[in-house]
Design a binder for this molecule. Structure first.
Ligand code: PGA
Length: 253
């Protein structure tokens, strides 16, 4: 199966506009000409999206938001709508990141509402799922991740699913330097693909891009990408330096 590969950099709450711009100028030069069925995505903070959108014009870099609100507009102080993300050039939005689940009361239900809001505004989604270390030790990994997928994608149509990407990010691997082994990650990706197969058509399950996230670096990307079910990476810490992000992209091609 020739699935689309995606390497996405999740900047989280890092970089002011000037830092964002100097990163993007370096990245643009370094990835010129890389196509090869791989999408290169960056996810700057909201404040930098507009200038980065201008800076990437004509390049092969795509933009993602880090979150969105589930209503289209109205009295929701502090929130950002799908249309606003579209307005500044986002193709994707990351939804349900474990940090939002941990610090911002994100639940499978709010994840589902946000995904539907993005889809009805014609935006694509990267939905993050993954278990904590306690859940893994309690042997609840499959039930937790299965529930995140089933509840998060509840009510979506086959057509909607063409705009959905999944990122499997074990919480214990995020920012800890502890990557899941390639076979641990692949086992989960296979489980996620099987869950998608139960919910949607086989064709959706075999074509959906499933990224791995959690302490991805230039040193481990290639062995992760060699696994049959791993189609890319969602990278946090190592995506903040343009040089290391470029090495990850090159290691994934
Ligand atoms: P990390 O973060 O690469 O720093 O572990 C990944 C993520 O949170 O998406």
């Amino acid at each position: 199966m020739n699935r689309k590969k995606i390497i996405a950099g999740n900047w989280k709450m890092n970089k002011v506009i000037e830092e964002s711009l100097s990163f993007i100028n370096e990245l643009k030069e370094a990835v010129r000409g890389i196509n090869d069925n791989i999408e290169i995505v960056v996810s700057p903070p909201f404040t930098a999206l507009s200038v980065i959108n201008d800076a990437i014009k004509g390049s092969n870099i795509l933009l993602a938001g880090q979150d969105v609100f589930w209503e289209d507009k109205g009295a929701y102080t502090g929130e950002i709508s799908p249309m606003m993300l579209k307005d500044v050039g986002c193709k994707y939005t990351i939804i349900g990141h474990s940090e939002r689940r941990q610090y911002c009361n994100e639940t499978n239900e709010t994840v589902n509402k946000k995904i539907k809001a993005l889809l009805r505004n014609d935006l694509s989604v990267i939905i993050c799922v993954g278990e904590t270390i306690e859940e893994r030790e309690d042997k609840r990994t499959f039930s937790v991740v299965g529930r995140q997928i089933r509840d998060g994608l509840k009510g979506l149509t086959q057509k909607d699913m063409e705009k959905v990407v999944i990122a499997y990010e074990p919480v214990w691997a995020i920012g800890t330097g502890k990557t899941a082994t390639p076979s641990q990650a692949n086992e989960m990706h296979l489980f996620i693909r099987d869950t998608i197969k139960e919910m949607f058509e086989d064709k959706i399950a075999s074509s959906i891009t499933i990224q791995y996230g959690g302490s991805v670096t230039p040193l481990n990307i290639t062995e992760l990408m060699l696994e049959s079910e791993i189609d890319g990476a969602l990278v946090g810490g190592a995506s903040l330096d343009a040089g290391s992000f470029v090495q990850i992209i090159r290691g994934a091609v």
